[in-house]
Design a protein around this ligand. Structure first.
Ligand code: ACO
Length: 448
């Protein structure tokens, strides 16, 4: 199979959200901390009628319907998620309800989990399958689905929720440059979920930021090394039109892109002009460890990177800023933002993706765009996703109602023997929702 990659995308996020500005006031945080400090505008969350299973049922059903894909044409289904609903039964098996109806139970794949990286692992599995000898000619389908919720405190504004479905196959408008890939995997306790009775993670915020930035650096170095070996020339920021990052909150994305510029400076790459070289000269003797702590370096690189950031990163930030951290779906929601904003000009261009999952696992990889053919064209993907309408038709909660919802969800997590309110007035037609969890912990869903 040639040009294996992404054929189609659909995104779903809950219609319920809270403005970061009102959360800021409610939490007693200083004005601007969440909106400017973290760079976030709004945050989506599941109410008691939605969860990672209902969101993924919605995303998959909608993708098949809107691109006219017969359920029998799917040969592999992989899910990335870090939201644990069952320690044994995969989310994938819930999604099989969609395929069983058409008589297709011949579908490989299960769930992949490591924090926000599971979606990338799932995507690589599908791409590798299509490129392999075991491929049977059918499509691969990847689903990233997560509900990111934090205990009250500084991490709470960095939540979010969404599901993304990605169709994988040959002759794709978005194909993998599979040889250009750099990974960094290590052991760290930066963000983890050891308490199985709670949906909330244990998080060392500062450490998680440093781990993330170190992973950006290491992956970029690996990526450049492989590119240079295969292409016989140096890679720099100038060699890709866009850079898409896993996005826990926008400020970290700004810092990450600035780190790439710093890397280019240290490598004496062509993307760094004389002015930048002069401004960064004073930082060339910093040790790597020192470079993560140095606020002047951070400020200088962010300032120098600003014009490049506006051109190469800003078009990828819409959904993550509006919806929040969607964990496994976060990187792909940023990617969806790029298609939404730039689909008319992307053909022929290259995008670099950075995936990070705490604990930690990270990969930087490269994709190339072509216009493609209907229904698998960039413009049709933008039409199907209909991002602006989905954002505009959301319903804002007050902080009080949001906190009440979080309390109810804490109570419901891991619980059995309850029926939901089944208040689905805010859901669009076609959305799946949770109706009941019975005494045997079996979950039941309906479609609006
Ligand atoms: N106006 C403007 N900016 C402000 C204001 C204000 N009033 N107040 C604070 N800020 C800035 C700070 O200077 C800081 O920016 P800087 O890093 O550029 O200096 C930023 O806002 C955040 O303020 P902090 O005091 O650093 O925030 P705090 O430590 O309370 O919490 C954190 C931030 C650690 C990110 C927390 O939200 C968290 O733990 N989140 C979850 C962990 C996470 O997402 N990690 C990322 C990688 S791992 C993953 O993907 C889950």
């Amino acid at each position: 199979a040639k040009n294996v990659g992404i054929l189609a995308v659909e995104i779903y996020f809950p219609p319920t959200c809270i403005q970061q500005e009102s959360l800021e006031t409610h939490d007693g945080a200083s004005k601007g901390k969440y909106t400017i400090g973290l760079g976030q505008d709004c945050m989506a969350f599941c109410t008691e009628v939605e969860d990672v299973i209902s969101m993924s049922l919605t995303a998959v059903t909608s993708l098949l319907e809107k691109y006219g894909i017969d359920a029998k044409q799917i040969g592999r289904l992989e899910v990335g998620s870090e939201t644990v609903i069952d320690k044994s039964k995969s989310i994938k098996t819930f999604l099989m309800q969609i395929f069983e109806k058409s008589g297709n139970t011949d579908i490989e794949g299960v769930d992949s989990t490591n924090a926000c990286y599971g979606g990338t692992a799932a995507l690589f599995n599908c791409v590798n399958w299509v490129e392999s000898n075991s491929w049977d000619g059918r499509y691969g389908l990847v689903v990233c689905t997560d509900s990111a919720v934090y205990a009250e405190g500084p991490a709470r504004p960095t939540g979010g929720a969404a599901a993304i479905a990605i169709l994988v196959g040959p002759d794709a408008p978005i194909s993998f440059e599979s040889r250009f890939r750099g990974s960094h995997m290590a052991h760290a306790y930066d963000f983890y979920k050891p308490n199985l009775a709670s949906e909330y993670p244990v998080v060392d915020g500062k450490l998680s930021q440093t781990c993330y930035l170190m992973a950006v650096d290491t992956c970029y170095r690996q990526f450049c090394k492989k590119y240079e070996k295969l292409e016989g020339k140096q890679f720099s920021l100038a060699d890709a039109e866009y850079f898409v990052f896993h996005s826990p909150y926008n400020k970290l994305v700004q810092k990450s892109f600035a780190r790439l510029l710093y890397n280019d400076f240290l490598r004496n790459a062509s993307s760094v002009d004389e002015v930048a070289k002069e401004k960064l000269g004073q930082f060339s003797t910093l040790s790597l460890d020192e470079s993560y702590q140095n606020r002047d370096l951070e400020k200088a690189t962010q300032q120098l990177a600003k014009p490049l950031y506006d051109a190469k990163v800003q078009p990828t930030t819409l959904i993550p800023k509006q919806v929040g951290n969607m964990y496994t779906a976060s990187l792909y929601a940023a990617f969806a933002s790029l298609i939404h904003n730039k689909h008319t000009t992307l053909a022929g261009q290259r995008v670099i993706m950075f995936s990070y999952g705490s604990g930690l696992t990270a990969t930087m990889f490269s994709l190339k765009f072509r216009e493609g053919q209907h229904p698998f064209s960039l413009s049709n993907i933008a039409t199907v996703m209909d991002v602006q309408r989905k954002l505009d038709s959301r319903h804002e909660y007050s902080p009080k109602k949001f906190v009440e919802t979080m309390k109810l969800m804490e109570h419901r997590y891991g619980a059995n023997d309850f029926v939901t309110s089944q208040d689905i007035s805010l859901l669009s037609p076609g959305t799946f929702y949770l109706t009941e969890v019975d005494t045997m912990y079996r979950r039941f869903y309906s479609q609006k």
